[in-house]
Design a protein around this ligand. Sequence first.
Ligand code: TRP
Ligand code: ZN
Length: 466
Amino acid sequence: MPRSVPVVRTALALAVLLPLALTGCDGGVHGTPGGYGLHDPYFPRAGDGGYDVAHYGLTLAYDPARHLLTGTAVITARATQDLSAFDLDLKGLQVRSVDVAGEGAAFQRAGQELTVRPHHDLDRGETFRTTVRYAGAPETLTDPDGSKEGWLRTADGALALGEPVGSMAWFPGDDHPSDKAAYDIAVTVPKDLQAVSNGELASTATAAGRTTYRWHEAEPMASYLATVAIGRFTVSRSTLKGGLPLYTAVDPTQAAASRAALAELPGILDWEQRVFGPYPFSSAGAIVDRPKDAGYALETQTRPVFPGAPDTRTLVHELAHQWYGDSVTPATWQDMWLNEGFATYAEWLWDEDHGGPTAQQTFDRLYDDASADDPVWSFPPGRPSDAAHISDRPVYARGAMVLHKIRQTVGDVAFLGILRGWAAAHRHGNASTAQFTAYVEQQAPGDDFGAIWRDWLYGDGRPAHP
Ligand code: TRP
Ligand code: ZN
């Protein structure tokens, strides 16, 4: 990304802040405004580098009949630099008030940036609490690739999907995968409806014709993996052999068609634990819903979303993301193949272990069937061409091919050690492609991966040798 971009952006942000600074009432300004985007190479406006969120407490109410969302977000964060102001991402909705550390704060909106100027500057290292009260008609956003995310309507409610930058449609936050946090999400809905989210259901309470569902996600979660599903659901609860609680919520129109695949969920989780290592979260499950504008599944944390009855393969894929994507989360959106290449390779391994083609056969068929002008070779998985292409085939299929090349090089036993070891080494954290290549090299010091990185991970076009 050209260096001039963040410079221009900071200048704009300062201009926006100027009126606030003039009306601000404290002396002794020592902080500087936060990062105005963490400078993700693909989504430069997402997030703010000036603070690190530890916890989101979201108290939401939604009435589908009025399409009105009312929210209070209590964001507990630590300043990573002295701050005179900082940015939250929020798209649409009206902000009623912002408090920082219990005092009213000035705020300003420009595009997706909600710029907050606290009454008192924040010191580097200080933990501070920001409360944002907001309301309005939440929006369905359009991704750079044209697909829909954010707040999606369903026949009987709504569904929130956030990859890559859709969480800002329903709560203010640091909307970048590098800032993971714990969440408590309470959703109040008309009492004939239900609300499902990430983690465990802590309580439900009905009063005055409305029911509040309180969900708790203790393990770090990237904002793009947060979800809320509101509507009527057939809920089923059970416990896996090791004690892991399962909670599945299925749109009643999809219940019959979903039954067979969802019955496989325990078996898939069991197989994935044997291959990838211990399941990284405190609960699991699935949400099957019918969003009006989106037809893709998403690996929302602990409880992936399916846009209609899933098949086994899609379940295997989204559950594999719980290790690769949700627990080990990309450092930036450039590292997307660390999600999709791994989840795709999980499908290949599943086939291999369940009477289907071996991963080698899948690899060979892909390579042989895709001539030099096939879209699978249109860019290297380690460097997608732009934000509109981070979910294209090179990221998925060619990403999986990179993993298979590693397997060919190190052998099956060492390869499975790498898959498990990578999940363990960055459990509940973030990791980049450079960290992955370094990790592989460190695990197999006798092998040379130079040609794999050069031709398969970062090279243009169809690599010469399969
Ligand atoms: N991550 C999803 C999956 O493959 C696919 C997806 C949904 C996606 N929305 C996206 C990928 C936005 C990139 C960007 O399981
Ligand atoms: Zn995926």
